[in-house]
Design a protein around this ligand. Sequence first.
Ligand SMILES: *Cc1c(COP(=O)(O)O)cnc(C)c1O
Ligand SMILES: [Zn+2]
Length: 410
Amino acid sequence: MGLQELYYLACINCGSKYSPREIIYRCHKCGDLLSVEYEKELMNPEIALKWGARSLSVWRYIELLPINNRGKIVSLGEGGTSLNRCDRLGSHLGLKEVYVKNEGENPTGSFKDRGMTVGVTKAIEMGMKRVACASTGNTSASLAAYAARASMECIVLIPSGKVALGKLVQSMIYGAKVIQVKGNFDDALRMVEGICSSKPIYLLNSINPYRLEGQKTIAFEIWDQLGGKVPDKVIVPVGNAGNISAIWKGFRELHAMGLTDKLPKMIGIQAEGAAPIVNMIKMGLNDIKFVEKPETIATAIRIGSPVNWKKAVKSIKESGGVAETVSDEEILFAQRLLAKMEGIFVEPASAAAIAGLIKLARNGLIEPDDLVVCIATGHGLKDPNIVLKQFKKPVEIEADLSALIKILST
Ligand SMILES: *Cc1c(COP(=O)(O)O)cnc(C)c1O
Ligand SMILES: [Zn+2]
């Protein structure tokens, strides 16, 4: 087509550059992660002049997305999620400005859709016919939907018995080939990386740098929704650690484009039983120690060997942020609190961000005047069982008015 891309892939460790026409997930020279980088001419505030005329969505920012054929985008209307100011929650915690970005509003109910619209569009560009991922549930639900939309075959590997009900049924109804692995997510990811490197199947876990490009639009939208302001702190639940890295990349690009002179501090939250990144940062280690048997009720972040740990640690350190763990009990409490106080029902992994907010506000690591944004990564209906277990069955009455009046007066 004679088209010259304005982006390329670069190794985060040795800096080797690769053509975006090549299907590659790790640096050939050193094996490290890749990142999509843009030519200098795009790092220009004038690019943003085009954004205002488009609705809030992932594709509002198309100039900074690594796509060649704008006519062949695979979309279900992703992004454009609400940024809710939560004054009741804020004042309860002694904080002035707390926002929750509700990623549960995406087409399949999680932020993964932002990555998949870009990733599956890329798979089509590359001429691939099959896509695959390992998943704790949301990645597979999202990939299954976008693969269906693009008439592609989809293979998903999930840890046996550890995927929330809503996520499992999504993958099934969208027509993916669902394979349960008798192991955890980390085992499933190792297997899927193996199959994608030996067969013409496109890998769409967050090791794929194109997916993270879609996810960085969370940062762009926050900046837009705050009227061109950047938060003091952004709190993100961390599993495989792609999303926190993507959001940080988004803010850095806004900065490089001259659209803001400020950057937020990135705060990463992990569950106590699956916290290799938090442990590394808190203990001041230079290398990560993976968790063999990760455990938490927040299945979306039940990951012991986060593939993007290097990017995530860099994001947290470079931004001057912190990392913290929360217990399962704190997660469930935060989930109920957010639902009751603000009308926002999120899944446990997302509630980890709220639990982190509560803990850090109490420890004084979040200042009363800070503008804080919590990323609510997925919808509460994904995992109804976790809620059912905590509540008594609703009362049951006879079908007459007097019974209703009686029950309401007690
Ligand atoms: C995938 C996911 C996460 C973790 O995101 P990473 O990019 O793997 O760190 C958190 N919450 C929900 C709901 C998710 O689906
Ligand atoms: Zn390298």
